[in-house]
Design a protein around this ligand. Structure first.
Ligand code: ZN
Length: 130
């Protein structure tokens, strides 16, 4: 398992790196390194032809996947959804999901987990210009 490397930390913030995404492999989670409290984020990579070795669902967290590079198919409750660089996929907790790289290059993606229905304010209703 890869780890995020802490690169900066201060009162109320932290930064880390998983290295160069063009040569990144495996998967890293950010919560433990950065101390996030409202979401878990991971960066994942699958080689050409590789698939996640399991199907899974969640108890309470929805997931949002952002494909950074490569092409893939998400299988969501048995339905295939093609995706590629720039595709964003939201998956409700109970949907059984898996992912496979269908291209000839590495697939790199970000997965954001957050509790479903927990978002109270966002963008201009939560952001304050200082
Ligand atoms: Zn998951």
């Amino acid at each position: 398992m890869n780890e995020l490397k802490l690169t900066a930390q201060g009162e109320g913030y932290a930064a880390g790196t998983c290295g160069n995404l063009s040569t990144f492999s495996g998967k890293v989670f950010v919560k433990e390194c950065l101390g996030s409290t409202g979401a878990e984020i991971s960066v994942g990579q699958l080689q050409a032809g590789e698939a996640l070795p399991f199907t899974h669902h969640h108890k309470q967290n929805e997931e949002i996947y952002l494909v950074l590079s490569g092409t893939c198919v998400f299988t969501l409750d048995g339905h295939d959804v093609e995706a590629g660089s720039g595709t964003v996929v939201r998956v409700s907790p109970t949907v059984k999901r898996t992912l496979r790289n269908t291209g000839n290059e590495p697939l790199v993606y970000v997965c954001i987990q957050a509790r479903e229905d927990s978002l109270q304010q966002y963008t201009m209703t939560d952001g304050v210009i200082d």
